[in-house]
Design a protein around this ligand. Structure first.
Ligand code: VJV
Ligand code: CA
Ligand code: ZN
Length: 373
């Protein structure tokens, strides 16, 4: 099945929100990606939809009433008072109470919930929300640039129809918020690939593999600096293939955090645009209903490039794409080469030097052998 029905969720307001001067998270990159997607004439090849904003009530299917009540009211002016001087809800430098923070969250969450509904209704094979993927947000607090966990909300929506959902997270950081939400259930398997060792948020060892009914349904793949396309593929493909065999998910949610790309401002991996997009191609080829979400990504022009290319992969038109960028609103940002590429650099791959990559893969596959079926 080569042609797929793709639903693409985008709200034209999202690019105007700002976390504040100097903050690495820039919602503007979503608009840059959208403009590039438009300039490649991809919009008329998919259903382009503006998501309904998520309401406070829908958000409380995961978050506490108290936290949502707080978030829906907080402003830059009232933050000090409403957080009891920064002692509650984990608002601070990583998670500032910026102007319009709740509206931003409701766009992000609204997109992921709508994407889930588009799959369960059978109206799409693949649904995309580049404004989603905010995997650190917790039930009762913000964390790591994330306030509302749109991923958990989207998965909960999928679980109303599907028996089993697979969540895969290729952001450079550990997908701790999603892992925690489904740690004790076998109806969601979570699998995060991430940098581990003196790195935010500090969780995600292979010892953490779920509890009770969820035992073995949490898969962590801790990695070291400098992982290349080849090394990444050497863990991603065998682990995800085995998961698909033993778990047989009804739907897959892929968090496409772009801070795993080479040259990212906060990331430390050496993955190219093609290597990153290979994960999308690999999951698309399984013919399982698929949601693609954004996430991290701090070298904004590379984020825009990669999410554009991954949109083309969802459509199955990546081989027809001209890697010389077409004229677009932000063309000058993409110099000096003006190409759709994120090349690798010369950093050392610390995962192969000491055989840690093989060890991590072996441990993950051993864990998956414990799953009956
Ligand atoms: O490492 C941390 C936490 C600190 C305390 C807060 N200071 C600001 C930084 C160190 C321990 N936080 C990480 C959070 C990373 C979140 C990643 C999110 C995702 O990609 O996984 C999904 C969207 C961190 N790393 C870098 C920064 N914070 C950082 C925050 C800033 C900043 C520079 C760096 C906030 C404001 C400003 N500069 C002006
Ligand atoms: Ca990850
Ligand atoms: Zn990240």
């Amino acid at each position: 099945m080569s042609k797929k029905r793709v639903a693409y969720y985008y709200d034209g307001d999202v690019g105007a929100f700002t976390y504040g001067l100097g903050h690495p998270m820039k919602p503007h990159r979503i608009r840059m990606a959208h403009d590039l997607i438009a300039s490649y004439d991809m919009l008329d090849k998919m259903h382009v939809l503006r998501p309904k904003r998520a309401t406070p009530e829908t958000m409380t299917s995961f978050h506490t009433d108290e936290y949502i009540h707080f978030l829906s009211r907080v402003t830059p002016e009232t933050a000090e008072e409403l957080t009891f001087h920064g002692t509650r809800f984990l608002m601070g430098e990583d998670n500032p109470a910026f102007e319009g923070v709740f509206e931003f969250c409701s766009i992000s969450a609204g997109g992921s919930i709508a994407a889930a509904q588009r799959l369960t209704s059978g109206a799409a094979d693949i649904a995309i929300n580049w404004a989603g993927g905010l995997h650190h947000a917790k039930k009762r607090e913000a964390s790591g640039f994330c306030y509302i966990n749109d991923i958990v909300l989207g998965i909960l929506e999928l679980l109303r129809t599907y028996p089993r959902v697979l969540y895969i997270d290729i952001d450079c950081h550990h997908g701790d918020g999603v892992e925690e939400a489904f740690y004790t259930t076998d109806r969601v398997m979570t699998c995060s690939f991430h940098k581990f060792g003196e790195y935010f948020p500090g969780t995600g060892t292979q010892e953490d593999r779920g509890r009770e009914e969820g035992r073995n349904y949490t898969v962590n793949v801790p990695l070291k600096d400098g992982i290349t396309d080849e090394s990444f593929r050497n863990v991603f493909e065998p682990i995800v293939s085995r998961i698909l065999e033993v778990y047989r998910p009804s739907a897959v949610v892929l968090q496409c955090g772009a801070d795993s790309l080479a040259g990212d401002k906060l990331g430390c991996f050496n993955i190219t645009m093609q290597g990153h997009a290979h994960c999308v191609q690999f999951l698309r080829a399984t013919n399982i209903p698929l949601i693609l979400l954004g996430g991290g990504g701090y070298t904004t022009k590379n984020v825009a490039r990669t999410w554009t290319y991954e949109t083309a992969c969802a459509l199955g038109i990546e081989d027809d794409i001209d890697l010389n960028l077409p004229w677009n609103e932000y063309f000058e940002w993409f110099g000096p080469r003006y190409r759709l590429e994120v090349p690798e650099n010369n950093m050392e791959d610390l995962n192969v030097r000491d055989g840690s990559l093989d060890k991590v893969r072996r441990t993950a596959l051993q864990q998956l052998a414990q799953i009956g079926g």
